[in-house]
Design a protein around this ligand. Structure first.
Ligand SMILES: C[S@@+](CC[C@H](N)C(=O)[O-])C[C@H]1O[C@@H](n2cnc3c(N)ncnc32)[C@H](O)[C@@H]1O
Length: 312
C-alpha cells in the first residue's frame, strides 16, 4: 500500500503522455519477448495501456497511483495492486496475484527512475533520527532500498527456467535539458542545486548502466544485454506540448518551490505562483527543445536504459 499523495491525474497522463506506452517496441520485442504461456508482472503499470497490450497468458500490474490503477481496472480489466515499488515483497505479490506460483517474467516501462529515487525516504529517515529514533530503525536507505528492490524482483521469478526481468527506464542524461531548466529556475529564486538535491526537488534517479548491472548481478541475475541510448522524442500538441510535459511531470519541483517560499517567509502577495514557475521553466527551454526552423514541434532528449536479465 502507499499513503503518499497521488500526483498522477489519469486524464492528463492519457492526454499528454500517451506516447510513453506507445514507444515500446524495442523493450517488448527485443528485450521482453513475451510468450503465449507467460505469466508476467508489470511494475509501475500506470493506466495499463501498455500492460494490456502484452501478448501473454496472464499479466498483473502494481503501481503507486490509485488514479492510474483505476483506469487500468476499468478501461483494460486488469488485475492490479496499489503498491510502492520500493516495498515490493516477492512472497506477497506472488501469493496475492498468482496463487503462490512465481512469474515467468517481470517487466517495467518508464517507471523505475521514479521507483528507485529514494530521496524522500532518506529525508524521512533523517527526520526520524533527528527526533531521536535509533539508527537501526532508519537503516533502509538509498542503495539498500534499491538493492532490496532488485532482490525482490529476483525472488518473484521462477527458478531454473530462464525467467526474465526486462525493463526500460530513464538513464543517465535523460531529459537533461528539462531537468536543468527546473534546477535553474529554482536557483533563480535562490534555491541552490545542493539544496534542491537535499530536499528531493527532483523525483528521478537516472543511473549509468553499470549501476544497474551491478544491482542486477548482486541480486543474482545474469545480464544478457543492457544498453543506454539517446532517443529524441517528439512531444504531442505542437507548441503547447512542452509546457504540458513540464506540468505533468514537474509536480515534485513545484512542491519543493512552494515549500521553499514558505521557509523563506515570502509574503503571500509576493509569492511566485506554480503556474508562473512552470512557465519560466518552459521559457528557458524554447530555444533548446525546438528545431530552429520549426517552432511548432517540441522534442525532449530522452535517454533510455534497457536490459534483459535472466534468473538462472
Ligand atoms: C511514466 S509512467 C509509466 C506508466 C506505464 N508503465 C507506461 O508505460 O505507460 C510512470 C509510472 O510510475 C509509477 N510510479 C512512480 N513512482 C512509483 C513507485 N514508487 N512505486 C510504484 N509505481 C510508481 C507512476 O504512478 C506511473 O504510473
Amino acid at each position: 500500500m502507499t499513503d503518499k499523495e497521488d500526483h498522477w491525474v489519469a486524464k492528463d497522463y492519457i492526454n499528454n503522455a500517451a506516447f510513453v506506452p506507445k514507444l515500446t517496441s524495442v523493450l517488448v520485442d527485443d528485450f521482453l519477448r513475451p510468450q503465449p504461456t507467460d505469466t508476467i508482472l508489470d511494475i509501475g503499470c500506470g493506466d495499463g495501456a501498455l500492460t494490456s497490450r502484452i501478448p501473454c497468458n496472464k499479466i498483473y500490474g502494481v503501481d503507486s497511483s490509485a488514479s492510474l490503477l483505476e483506469v487500468a481496472r476499468t478501461n483494460h480489466g486488469l488485475n492490479v495492486m496499489l503498491l510502492d515499488g520500493r516495498d515490493l515483497n516477492a512472497k506477497k505479490v506472488v501469493s496475492e496475484f498468482n496463487n503462490g506460483i512465481f512469474f515467468d517474467k517481470v517487466m517495467s516501462n518508464a517507471a523505475l527512475h521514479w521507483v528507485l529515487n529514494t530521496r524522500d525516504r532518506e529525508n524521512e529517515a533523517e527526520a526520524k533520527l533527528n527526533a531521536g529514533a535509533s539508527s537501526s530503525e532508519t537503516q533502509l536507505l538509498g542503495d539498500t532500498i534499491r538493492q532490496n528492490f532488485f532482490n525482490q524482483v529476483f525472488a518473484s521469478l521462477k527458478s531454473g527456467v530462464g525467467a526474465v526481468f526486462a525493463a526500460e527506464m530513464g538513464g543517465l542524461g535523460n531529459v537533461a535539458e528539462i531537468h536543468t531548466a527546473f534546477l535553474a529556475t529554482l536557483a533563480r529564486y535562490g534555491m541552490t542545486p545542493a539544496e534542491a538535491q537535499r530536499v528531493g526537488a527532483s523525483p528521478w534517479f537516472f543511473p549509468h548502466e553499470d549501476t544497474i548491472r551491478n544491482l542486477l548481478e548482486i541480486a543474482g541475475f545474469v545480464v544478457e544485454k543492457i544498453e543506454r541510448v539517446y532517443r529524441s522524442t517528439p512531444l504531442p500538441h505542437g507548441n503547447k506540448g512542452l509546457l504540458e510535459w513540464i506540468k505533468l511531470f514537474g509536480f515534485s519541483f513545484v512542491d519543493a518551490f512552494e515549500k521553499f517560499q514558505e521557509r523563506k517567509n515570502v509574503p503571500a502577495a509576493e509569492r511566485v505562483s506554480s503556474e508562473r514557475f512552470l512557465q519560466e521553466v518552459c521559457d528557458l527551454l524554447t530555444t533548446i527543445c525546438y528545431d530552429p526552423q520549426d517552432s511548432k514541434q517540441a522534442y525532449a532528449g530522452y535517454v533510455r536504459l534497457r536490459w534483459r536479465a535472466i534468473k538462472p
